[in-house]
Design a protein around this ligand. Structure first.
Ligand SMILES: [Zn+2]
Length: 328
């Protein structure tokens, strides 16, 4: 389960209630981010992790320091809530970050940089930068996490490409070859989490690696009847059910289907074509991470999802030299 899942109802509505002010007032934004970022640990030092920290105050007025500085008694360093996050070196006011976090977490199909630009008044370039960093905050690193189990659906879809070439070819493979659509492979545990990967090509090798690293062998795998699953990838699993899409079969009476992963793909595609008006192959993994993030927190209310995204932004600064997209 993701951090912050299963919070009590009162704190949920408190977060939603605090958002409008955090999006319009810089002090409220700082306090909001501080509260969400450190909600589980209590205020702590991003340099050394010490919780023996205090807010710095103006000597004369006793008011909070104008730069919202904290000091750590452990390492004697000063810091703000920005330090060690995706917004550390951003010149964009934190109230706009709050708005962008909110918008990205609350809208099912994502929020475009254009909308962020309109709502906050930052330039389009800044809005794009902001949203990419929020996507980076949302991105999960699945390596080392427990694998999916139970009933697990696996499938691939093809996204992107120039719309004018859409009609080219028949079937996803052909269409992709002609339009340079990019394959996305997803595995989703029924009533559980989804993990999606941008891959160079849909081969038994690439998809097999994704399955091995993310799905337990004692799972009941469900796929379509494409040859890679039928002849190779389905074999090692405890059970493997297939539906034959070419013959119009989408669900079997015994519960075999891949409708869960299909509906996740439908949402991704509506976002990519409807909200973002196409996405380059280079950036696709960021959008896929954003959609996975929301899917994996679909049971949360908007406020809890925002808090979860803000906590996910913690510690990302150090790794900001973003690793290359996972291309299996
Ligand atoms: Zn410290």
């Amino acid at each position: 389960m993701a951090k912050g899942q299963g919070k009590v109802a009162s704190s949920k509505s408190r977060i939603v209630a605090a958002l409008p002010k955090a999006c319009s007032d810089e002090t409220a934004a700082v306090e909001f981010l501080e509260e969400q970022r450190w909600s589980e640990t209590g205020p702590c030092c991003p340099h050394c992790g010490d919780t023996d920290v205090y807010q710095m105050r103006d000597r004369k007025t006793g008011q909070r320091n104008k730069r919202f500085l904290w000091r750590c008694k452990g390492c004697d360093k000063q810091y703000t809530v920005r330090v060690g996050t995706v917004y550390e070196d951003s010149p964009i006011p934190l109230r706009h970050w709050c708005y962008a976090f909110w918008a990205a977490c609350a809208s099912k199909k994502g929020v475009s940089a254009k909308q962020i630009q309109r709502q906050t008044g930052v330039t389009y370039k800044s809005a794009l930068f902001l949203m990419h960093r929020i996507r980076w905050a949302m991105a999960e690193d699945w390596s080392g996490k427990p694998k999916l189990g139970g009933v697990v659906e696996a499938d691939e879809t093809f996204v992107g490409g120039k719309p004018r070439n859409k009609q080219a070819g028949k079937g996803p493979q052909k269409g992709w070859l002609k339009t340079r659509k990019t394959p996305v492979v997803s595995v989703v545990q029924r009533d559980g989490q989804i993990r999606s990967f941008v891959t160079a090509d849909v081969t038994a090798n690439n998809v097999g690696k994704i399955l091995r690293e993310n799905v337990r062998l004692d799972s009941h795998l469900m796929t379509d009847s494409s040859p890679i699953y039928r002849y190779t990838l389905g074999k090692p699993f405890a059970r493997h059910g297939m539906t034959d899409h070419r013959h119009g079969e989408y669900a079997k009476p015994d519960g075999t289907h891949s409708n869960t992963v299909e509906s996740a793909f439908a949402l991704l595609k509506r976002g990519i074509y409807g909200t973002f008006h196409n996405v380059s192959r280079k950036h696709l993994h960021r959008y896929v991470a954003e959609f996975d993030f929301r899917w994996n927190r679909r049971g949360m209310d908007d406020g809890t999802r925002v808090a979860s995204a803000i906590r996910n932004a913690d510690g990302k600064r150090l790794r900001y030299r973003e690793p290359a997209p996972k291309v299996a």
